[in-house]
Design a protein around this ligand. Structure first.
Ligand code: 5AD
Ligand code: SF4
Length: 485
């Protein structure tokens, strides 16, 4: 018999855009593990699969923190788990298709293990039509919770276990700042630190502002405290994470900005500091100067441009032109020698002409990005672009995508080859997935390097001479730390 559904809260995309500015509460609740759940969790194992961006990865780390506090232990395979959480991404249709595929497979697993609890979290379930689809078609899903109530995970699970009902609890709201969440970090030496949540840019193709709420910044002392703790724990790298890091602090209206935050985090002494993602619209000269000033701020900026044509940019509501983007890059390169730039590009936005697409190719060539993340436009229900007529066929979009990829890869190859023969510091991630006697590491400009070495180097910064490049992967040998000229 199908279980009763308890719908506590359902998302509402239409409300998202019209939300008016409000005070943003900072929640610092004490974490309480329900006693019943603690008993239940004993000896039980969980598995989380995360799709999507750094915000989702960080959310997973918090979910793990809560689950382990309750006494669940982690397991590497879905089939061995008593609790499976699928932490989803809604940015493109193919991300959603993967989740539906996985939910299909989980149905078979649950027939063999009827006590298994399956939960779906993240951006996908922040959309009404997805909640409806999962409720109706994927009846083996026991719990849906969203991006705003991860801190209620334990109470929600307690209810699912106790009442044996299916629960939908996906608040759709402006959003709060939740501090004090427990966390189980993925890496021992590299950490993501959230500096803000949500997005206010409302680019016309993008679902994120609807699924993650309004832009809200964490208070600077809370961020610094987290960073200092990471430094004390021996972390080597911090990446400051937000949909739009350059808008950091705007909601405080007291002049606090991303340049100040960068400076304060750099001064904690973390050996490597990165940030992700930047928006060209609010990238100030003060931010550029701060990046240039501190040696521990990596000289790599991920600066999505999306399209190389002013009309398309306007329809996307990106708030900059090709000229202002290139001017920003010029100012960055003037002040930051050896800057590495990467970007995101969308091809096949509704009615994009061949000429407009040529603009994108030209911009890729002009800037000479080290890497470009390229996507075919995917209509997202609830966004303004979803309603636009579109005269470009999927075949044409795919053809543009492949033509773009050729140009992108050729430039990336040139950019990587420049590094061959040079000696660079790399932060070692650990044993390479491909070969047991090789290590994987990252250069300051975020390039993956493989070299022979011992696992004891994990988490250390060592010097490597680059011997070979394979577009997105470099190969090298370790050299004496003093060998760098
Ligand atoms: N279709 C295709 N790509 C998209 N992105 C965001 N929304 C869409 C969409 N509807 C891309 C943008 C963004 C990156 C994270 O994903 O390039 O920068
Ligand atoms: Fe989406 Fe634009 Fe916000 Fe980035 S800036 S998350 S593309 S709306």
């Amino acid at each position: 018999m199908a279980k009763v559904i308890d719908i506590i809260d359902k998302p509402d995309l239409d409300k998202a855009r019209s939300r008016v500015r409000q005070e943003i509460p900072v929640v610092r609740d004490e974490i309480v593990v329900p006693e019943r759940l603690r008993e239940y969790a004993f000896g039980r194992r969980y598995f989380i699969r995360t799709y999507g961006c750094q915000a989702n990865v960080r959310d997973e780390e918090h979910m793990r923190g809560y689950l382990e506090l309750a006494g669940f232990t982690s397991v590497q395979e879905e089939s061995l788990a008593d609790l499976v959480i699928i932490n989803t991404c809604a940015i493109r249709e193919n991300a959603e298709d993967k989740v539906f595929g996985e939910l299909g497979l989980l149905k078979t697993l649950k027939t063999q293990k009827p006590d298994m609890i399956i939960a779906v979290a993240g951006c996908m379930v922040q959309q009404t039509h997805i909640v409806d689809k999962i409720t109706q078609v994927y009846r083996h899903v026991d719990l849906m919770f969203g991006t705003h109530n991860i801190h209620h995970l334990l109470e929600l699970l307690d209810e699912v276990y106790e009442k044996r009902v299916r629960i939908v609890n996906v608040p759709s709201k402006y959003g709060e700042i939740i501090e004090n969440m427990p966390t189980k970090r993925t890496h021992r030496y590299k950490a993501f630190v959230n500096i803000m949540y949500g997005c206010d840019k409302f680019c016309t193709y993008c679902i994120v502002p609807y699924t993650r709420g309004k832009e809200r910044s964490r208070h600077l002392p809370d961020i610094i405290q987290e960073c200092k703790q990471l430094v004390d724990e021996g972390y080597q790298e911090i990446t400051l994470v937000g949909q739009n890091v350059n808008s950091y602090g705007k909601d405080f209206k007291d002049g606090t900005d991303f340049a100040q935050l960068l400076q304060a985090v750099a001064e904690t002494g973390i050996p490597r500091l990165r940030f992700m993602t930047s928006h060209p619209w609010d990238f100030t000269d003060a931010m550029i100067d701060t990046i240039a000033k501190y040696d521990n701020i990596m000289k790599h900026i991920h600066l999505p441009f999306q399209a190389g044509d002013d009309m398309v940019l306007r329809l996307m509501a990106r708030r900059y032109t090709v000229a202002s983007y290139t001017d920003l890059v010029r100012r960055m390169r003037e002040r930051i020698p050896n800057l590495t730039l990467t970007t995101d590009i969308i091809v096949g936005f509704p009615n994009e002409t061949e000429e407009q697409f040529q603009g994108t190719l030209a911009l890729v060539k002009e800037i000479a990005f080290d890497a470009c993340y390229t996507f075919i436009y995917s209509p997202r229900k609830g966004t303004p672009a979803f309603k636009m007529m579109d005269n470009v066929t999927l075949e044409e979009k795919q053809d543009r995508f492949y033509r773009l990829k050729e140009v992108v890869d050729a430039i990336a190859k040139e950019r990587a080859e420049v590094m061959v023969g040079g000696i660079y510091p790399v932060l070692v991630d650990g044993i390479s997935k491909r070969k047991d006697d090789m290590l994987s590491a990252y250069t300051e400009n975020a390039k993956l390097v493989h070299f022979k070495g011992d696992a004891s180097l994990t988490g250390k910064i060592v010097y490597v001479r680059i011997q070979e490049s394979n577009v997105y992967t470099l190969f090298g040998e370790r050299v004496d730390d003093g060998a760098r000229a």
